[in-house]
Design a protein around this ligand. Structure first.
Ligand code: LFR
Length: 477
């Protein structure tokens, strides 16, 4: 047996993490070795991620991992938020900083593309939620010159930059709005019809691979470190949400999930897509998950609302700590009405307290104080509104899928918010189970292990079995 360590990289809109899993005398142990902040910033030509800063942070994290894991590192796998991408020039290097999906350039692209190919048709082909943020609209927003260049989603780009071959792993590929819906005989392929309407040449489309694919060996300066001799690069579920769901160790059929971070992804795991009329009308998505599953959910707004308020308050000189704010919010009184958290305006960045009030004003409802001193009341209002929305969405999921839920797994950073958890339990009537804050990392390791150390072929969700094994053996502290 190979007892070298594994590395999982999880890219988040707020922070990126490098974690190590080592086999110790006590069993497998996962430790976070490096974490650095991330965020998009407004430049003259739009809202961008700073790719260079991410690469430097990852390089540092990988060096720390190599220093700790003297036994060597067997593989590295990367997952991250969906839909964003880089274009590669002839030299294989990115031609520009990647856009952030919240950039408003896709407002026009959405209209133009939808006029060429109706959203109904794209929905029929892909089975996924039609969202302006999806890669298809972003690729379409690029100039004709750029559209001819190959592109890679960010996690896959990083695997490529580390020495892997350029691929598109299906969990994230399904979020592009260009992949055909999987069927019993196909895992999903690029839709020629959609790709054609996007004016993207087939040569610009990456090779599709399934979760858990070895894409090559680490090369370059890092590979000179002794720990990185013969280190494999693995595409896990490159979509962070699919990774997080892969880490839910429950074999029953009575649970729903909320992956709670910048977004709240609210839904249930299915064995095949559900593209019924009501799923289409309510714009539920059928994204590909680990082990041939389908993540059937809706993007609901999330911690973004509060984080953006906090940025506005910070700009006014009030630095508020989130833990204290949640505690104070539990004592605050809240109005009898809720915010429409999925108002498109609230997905944009900046002036969040004012955007919130603008909606209330439009709806003839009393506005809230935007003053930092009243942050607890604003926070309580946001949590109550999110929980109410979760309740509505989960009732729809039950009606559409015919499932009956008893349990609700909440994973991600938002699962630490006890007030929101309580409000969510009340609004959904379900037993809330906190599945941990680092579920994407756990799922990333689980998919690596199910690739490197396959369990019996009879397992229905081998990755979830691995996640359960890691939890049972106390790998996460
Ligand atoms: C969560 C997530 C969601 C995706 C959103 C946008 O981090 O990956 O699944 O819809 O980010 O990229």
């Amino acid at each position: 047996t190979d007892l070298r360590a594994l590395v999982a990289i999880d890219l988040g809109a707020e922070s990126c993490r490098v974690s190590l899993m080592r086999w110790t005398g006590l069993g497998p142990r996962i430790e976070l070795v490096h974490r650095f902040p991330n965020g998009a910033s407004e430049t003259a030509d739009g809202l961008h991620w700073n790719l260079e800063r991410i690469m430097v942070g990852l390089d540092l994290g990988l060096r720390k991992a190599a220093q700790i894991a003297t036994e060597g590192i067997r593989s590295i796998a990367i997952d991250g938020w969906g839909v964003d991408y880089v274009r590669l020039g002839a030299d294989g290097k990115p031609v520009a900083e990647p856009f952030c999906y919240r950039d408003e350039r896709t407002v026009v692209a959405e209209h133009t593309l939808n006029a060429r190919l109706s959203p109904e048709r794209m929905r029929e082909i892909t089975g996924i939620g039609i969202l302006r943020i999806n890669t298809a609209y972003q690729l379409f927003a690029d100039s004709a010159e750029l559209r001819a260049l190959p592109w890679l989603n960010l996690p896959e780009y990083i695997l490529y930059a580390l020495g892997g071959r350029p691929v598109s792993e299906r969990t994230l590929a399904s979020h592009t709005q260009m992949l055909s819906m999987p069927t019993p005989t196909s895992h999903g392929e690029w839709s020629e019809e959609i790709v054609r309407e996007l004016d993207v040449p087939a040569s610009a489309m990456p090779e599709l691979v399934d979760p858990g694919t070895d894409v090559g060996q680490l090369t370059g300066p890092l590979a000179e470190l002794p720990a990185f001799a013969n280190t494999r690069l693995i595409a896990p579920c490159t979509h962070d949400t699919a990774s997080a769901i892969a880490a839910i160790p429950d074999a029953a059929d009575d649970w729903a999930y909320i992956s709670s971070g910048t977004w709240s992804l609210v839904g249930a795991l299915l064995l095949e897509p559900n593209n019924a009329a009501r799923a289409r009308e309510e714009n539920f998505t059928n994204l590909i998950g680990a082990d041939n599953t389908i993540c059937f959910h809706k993007n609901v707004n999330g911690m973004w609302l509060l984080r953006q308020c906090m940025e506005t308050w910070a700009a006014e000189g009030a630095t508020i700590e989130i833990g204290a704010l949640v505690e104070a919010a539990a004592q605050a009184s809240v109005p009898a009405y809720v915010l429409d958290v999925d108002d498109p305006d609230l997905l944009l960045s900046g002036r969040m307290p004012q955007r919130i009030n603008a909606q209330l004003h439009r709806r003839n409802l009393p506005e809230l104080s935007t003053h930092p001193d009243d942050a607890p009341a604003m926070a309580a209002f946001l949590f109550q509104s999110l929980a109410a929305r979760y309740g509505v969405v989960l009732r729809s999921v039950q009606e559409i899928t015919g499932k009956t839920f008893r349990k609700l797994y909440i994973m991600g950073g938002g699962s630490q918010n006890q007030l929101l958890n309580r409000l969510t339990a009340e609004a959904t009537g379900l037993e809330v189970i906190r599945a941990g804050t680092e579920c994407s990392t756990l799922g990333n390791f689980a998919v690596q292990l199910s690739t490197l150390e396959p369990k019996a072929a009879t397992e229905t969700r081998p990755s979830a079995r691995w996640a359960a094994t890691l939890r049972d053996m106390g790998a996460i502290s």
